[in-house]
Design a binder for this molecule. Structure first.
Ligand code: ATP
Ligand code: MG
Length: 205
């Protein structure tokens, strides 16, 4: 079993979008997948409630109100969708249970400032564990000034930038149907699926 948490204390950074699409990817690869919603808003579980029974199944659990989190057993992949504002001892608790953490960052000055403290606290929490944290640039074209600013910002942290995911309604459209980019029909999402390859390789390494 491998557990991945998607986290960034900044609201609207793209945590649920990443978590639901990761769950969809691994389910479509034939894995047993549980999506753990840590957020009281339960966006991931609401997404699952819309999911078409014809798509590969994903288990959903709410795990936002327990301390001493332990991932469900018997799963190939467990994906944790963190709430906005997650920090302190609760963050430390989840970090103990996961193999990797993906941090979505929208490259705006405001989002990067909010993310800076978080990356520092991850660094001190994960002391001694290397290769655990990866960044995904959300809603950005790699050829823009915003992308260059993000790369400059990340130099201070020595963290891998796993992917640039463009801003597209494809994410909104699949989510509205309880689906991911990776559920059939995939043809419309081909360009976006290609952008995920760095994330998927990093997780599977
Ligand atoms: N690459 C993208 N292109 C277009 N829209 C996107 C993209 N990524 C995320 N969104 C949209 O941005 C909004 C916020 O994303 P999401 O809900 O995943 O963020 P979040 O970090 O989970 O938010 P919260 O902190 O409230 O839990 C959603 O409406 C989502 O559909
Ligand atoms: Mg969310």
């Amino acid at each position: 079993m491998r557990a991945v948490m998607v986290a960034n204390p900044k609201g609207g950074a793209g945590k649920t979008t990443l978590a639901t699409n990761l769950a969809g990817h691994f389910a479509n690869e034939g894995n047993k997948v549980t999506l753990c919603d840590l957020d009281r808003q339960q966006s991931s579980l609401r997404w699952l409630a819309f999911r078409d029974g014809a798509h590969p199944p994903i288990n959903g659990v709410f795990a936002g109100n327990q301390l001493g989190f332990s991932p469900p057993s018997g799963q190939d992949w467990v994906i944790l969708d963190a709430p906005a504002g997650l920090q302190g001892y609760k963050l430390s608790d989840y970090l103990r249970s996961v193999d990797k953490v993906i941090v979505p960052v929208v490259p705006s000055v405001f989002d990067m400032a909010a993310t800076e403290d978080f990356l520092n606290s991850l660094r001190s929490d994960l002391r001694g564990r290397r290769g655990v944290v990866g960044i995904v640039a959300m809603r950005v074209d790699p050829r823009t000034k915003a992308a260059a600013m993000l790369e400059e910002f990340l130099k201070h942290f020595d963290l891998p930038l796993l992917a640039y995911l463009r801003n597209t309604q494809n994410y909104v459209n699949v989510a509205a149907a309880g689906a991911s980019l990776f559920d059939p029909p995939r043809a419309k999402n081909k360009k976006d699926i290609e952008q995920w390859q760095g994330v998927l390789q990093w997780l599977s390494a």
